[in-house]
Design a protein. Sequence first.
Length: 118
Amino acid sequence: MTSMPSFTLKLEAIIFFLFSIYLFGLTGYQLWILIATWITPDLGMIGYFFNSKLGSLTYNLSHSYSFSFIFLIVGFSITNSLIIAIGAVWISHISLDRFLGYGLKYPDNFKHTHLQEI
């Protein structure tokens, strides 16, 4: 049985995922672009090649909703579909990761996340 907080976090992640797909659709770009660029935020794992402290920092920066929502805000403010699309792809990636239980990382171990041990 899933706990209520876990269920709520998964529901939130799916809602953000669907919202981001909708926003991407508003940009007019073809869906294959979203699919082709979807893994880009995982470049944040590159810090783990050096050590887990740097890795958790770079991973968490690339998996924070804050920056992706800034892209959306800027994109809509200046009516730039490319910036909106980047924000939407970014949010879709983070959201699906969170739905699957891949949370923000603690510096001690890649598998130690704010959601669970993976």
